[in-house]
Design a protein around this ligand. Structure first.
Ligand SMILES: Cc1cc2nc3c(=O)[nH]c(=O)nc-3n(C[C@H](O)[C@H](O)[C@H](O)COP(=O)(O)OP(=O)(O)OC[C@H]3O[C@@H](n4cnc5c(N)ncnc54)[C@H](O)[C@@H]3O)c2cc1C
Length: 466
C-alpha cells in the first residue's frame, strides 16, 4: 500500500522527533529553512527589549538543539492556570520517559529518577532550610548532541518561499524553492514545527489565503526572563546542604536544583538557582558577561574570553564550576532568578523576511518578581551571614532564557488558533507542534515538554491515518 504523504516544516526539537516517529508509517518530507550540517543565526529586529546578549535560537539542521544545553525538567501541572493546557500536559505526561530518552537521558526512567531526586531534595530542605514552596531540579545528561533526522526522511535544507495551495479546508500542495528551483509536493498532512519564532511566519502564509493578516498569529509571545539578582553567604552549618541543593553530580547526569517561588496571588511561579561565587559584589555588567560566556560555544566562546572581565573572580568561579564542572569551595553563592511570563501583548511577526520581536516584561510582572525576591530575602534571613539581593530589579536585570513560547494560542475556544489536538482550526490537515503552542511554562525549561507534545501528536496522527 502507498504510504500517505506527510510534510514537516522545521527540523528543530519538535520537527526532528516528529519526523523520526512518523517515518515508518508515512512518506515524510522535511522542509528546513536553514542549512544542513551548520547553523545560521537569524537576523531579527527587537522592537522594545533585546532578547539577550547571545543568540536565543537558530536555523539549520537540528534547530535550536544545535545551541542548547539539553537540561530536562517537566512543567509542573499544578503551576499551570489554563485548564486546556493542563489537560494537554496531562495527556502528554505518559510520553515523558520516551521524550527524555530521545533527548539523551538514556537507560532508565527519567520520571522515576526526577521524582526520586526531587523527593530527596525536598526532604533535605524541609529538615534544614524550610523553603515553603519546595525545591525542583533540572537534569542535564552529560553526553548529548543536536538532534538528527532519520535518513529515511526526504530532507530538504535551505528551503525558501514556502507557499500553500488549498482544496476546500485542506492544504493540497506545499510549494517551496530550493537551490533556486520551485518544487511542489502534494500532502496528506502538514506539520508546522518552525519554532515559536518561525511558526507564525508559516501560519501567516496559510492565513494569507483569506486576504487579511490575522492579528492572533504570533501574539502572546512569552519567555523566561532570567537574571543574576544577588549574592548570599550562607552560615557554615548550612553549606553542605546548600551545595547539594545547588548542583548534584549523579555520574551520567548533573542535577541543578532551584528553590521554587510563588507570587502572593498564586498565579505566578518562579525559581532561584544558587551558583557558586567568590565575591559579594552585584554588578550587572559582570552578570551579562557571565551569561554571554556561558551560552556561547566554540569560536564564539573563545572570542568572548578575550576581555578583561574574564579575570573577575566571579567569572573565574563560573568557568570552573559550570564549564568545567569543578566544584568551587566557599560559602558565597550567586542567585539566578528565573521568572514566569503570561501570554499578553508581546508578539512576533514578519515584515518581508525580517522577523520582528516585540517583547517586553510588563510592569505587573516586574512587580510580581520584586515581591518574590523580597519573599526570597525573608526565606534566606536565618540561613545566611551576608546577603546582597537586588529586590527592586528593573527590566535591565532580566533577559531571555531562550525558552520562546506562546506565539500560537491553543485551547477549546473558537478564537484559539489550534485545538487541544494541536490541529489548526482553519485547516483539516494541518497541525502545529513546537514551543509556539506552550501556553504557560512557570520557570521550567521547555525542551522536555516540546518533546512530549511531539510524541503525543505523532501517536495521534498515526492512529488517525492508519
Ligand atoms: C543557548 C541555549 C541553551 C538552551 N538550553 C536549554 C536547556 O537546557 N533546556 C531546554 O529545555 N531548552 C533549552 N533551550 C531552548 C531549546 O533549545 C528550545 O526551546 C527548543 O529547541 C525549541 O524547539 P522547537 O522545536 O520549538 O524550535 P527549534 O528547535 O528552534 O526549531 C525550529 C526549526 O524550524 C526551522 N524554521 C524556522 N522557520 C522556518 C520556515 N519558515 N521554514 C522552514 N523551517 C523553518 C528552524 O531553522 C529550526 O530548525 C536553550 C536554547 C538556547 C539558545
Amino acid at each position: 500500500m502507498m504510504k500517505r504523504i506527510l510534510v514537516v516544516i522545521g527540523s528543530g526539537l519538535a520537527g526532528s522527533l516528529l519526523c523520526n516517529e512518523l517515518v515508518q508509517y508515512f512518506d515524510v518530507t522535511l522542509l528546513e529553512k536553514g542549512p544542513k550540517g551548520s547553523i545560521k543565526i537569524p537576523d531579527i529586529q527587537c522592537i522594545k527589549k533585546d532578547l539577550a546578549e547571545i543568540s536565543t535560537f537558530c536555523f539549520g539542521q537540528g534547530g535550536t538543539t544545535s545551541l542548547w544545553h539539553n537540561g530536562l525538567i517537566p512543567i509542573n501541572i499544578k503551576d499551570v492556570n489554563s485548564e486546556d493546557f493542563r489537560t494537554v500536559l496531562a495527556e502528554a505526561s505518559p510520553y515523558m520517559d520516551q521524550a527524555a530518552d530521545a533527548l539523551y537521558f538514556r537507560n532508565r526512567s527519567f520520571l522515576a529518577e526526577y521524582e526520586r531526586i526531587v523527593a530527596e531534595l525536598n526532604a533535605l530542605s524541609d529538615q534544614y532550610l524550610g523553603f515553603p514552596h519546595g525545591i525542583d531540579c533540572l537534569i542535564y545528561p552529560k553526553h548529548f548532541k543536536k538532534l538528527q533526522v532519520d535518513p529515511k526522511v526526504s530532507a530538504v535544507y535551505g528551503v525558501q518561499d514556502i507557499e500553500f495551495s488549498f482544496e476546500d479546508s485542506r492544504i493540497k500542495t506545499v510549494h517551496y524553492k530550493s537551490d533556486g528551483i520551485r518544487n511542489s509536493i502534494d500532502a496528506d498532512y502538514v506539520l508546522v514545527s518552525a519554532g515559536a519564532m518561525g511558526t507564525p511566519g508559516v501560519l501567516q502564509k496559510i492565513f494569507a489565503r483569506t486576504g487579511v493578516d490575522d492579528p492572533r498569529v504570533g501574539l502572546g509571545f512569552i519567555d523566561h526572563p532570567k537574571g543574576f539578582v544577588g549574592k548570599v553567604k550562607f552560615k557554615k552549618n548550612f553549606v553542605p546542604v546548600l551545595r547539594k541543593l545547588s548542583t548534584y553530580d549523579k555520574g551520567e547526569y548533573l542535577a541543578r536544583n532551584a528553590v521554587r517561588l510563588k507570587s502572593q496571588c498564586g498565579n505566578y511561579t518562579a525559581c532561584a538557582y544558587f551558583r557558586p561565587a567568590l565575591t559579594m559584589a552585584n554588578s550587572l555588567d559582570i552578570y551579562k558577561y557571565k551569561v554571554a560566556l556561558g551560552a556561547g560555544s566554540g569560536m564564539s566562546r573563545v572570542k568572548k574570553m578575550v576581555s578583561p572581565k574574564i579575570l573577575h573572580p566571579d567569572i573565574l568561579a563560573e568557568i570552573f564550576s559550570h564549564l568545567f564542572n569543578v566544584s568551587i569551595p566557599g560559602r558565597k553563592f550567586n542567585i539566578l532568578f528565573v521568572g514566569e511570563q503570561k501570554r499578553g501583548k508581546s508578539r512576533v511577526f514578519f515584515e518581508g523576511d525580517r522577523l520582528q520581536v516585540d517583547w517586553s516584561i510588563s510592569d505587573q510582572e516586574l512587580a510580581v518578581y520584586q515581591e518574590m525576591l523580597r519573599e526570597l530575602e525573608d526565606m534566606l534571613e536565618g540561613l545566611v551571614d551576608e546577603m546582597n539581593i537586588k529586590t527592586d530589579i528593573t527590566e535591565d536585570w532580566l533577559w531571555s532564557m531562550a525558552h520562546h513560547s506562546g506565539t500560537v494560542s491553543m485551547g477549546d475556544a473558537d478564537e484559539d488558533l489550534v485545538d487541544r489536538d494541536l490541529k489548526l482550526r482553519c485547516c483539516d490537515n494541518v497541525y502545529v507542534c513546537d514551543g509556539s503552542v506552550i501556553q504557560e511554562h512557570s520557570y521550567a525549561n521547555t525542551g522536555l515538554t516540546i518533546g512530549m507534545l511531539a510524541l503525543r501528536l505523532a501517536d495521534r496522527i498515526r492512529e488517525e491515518a492508519t
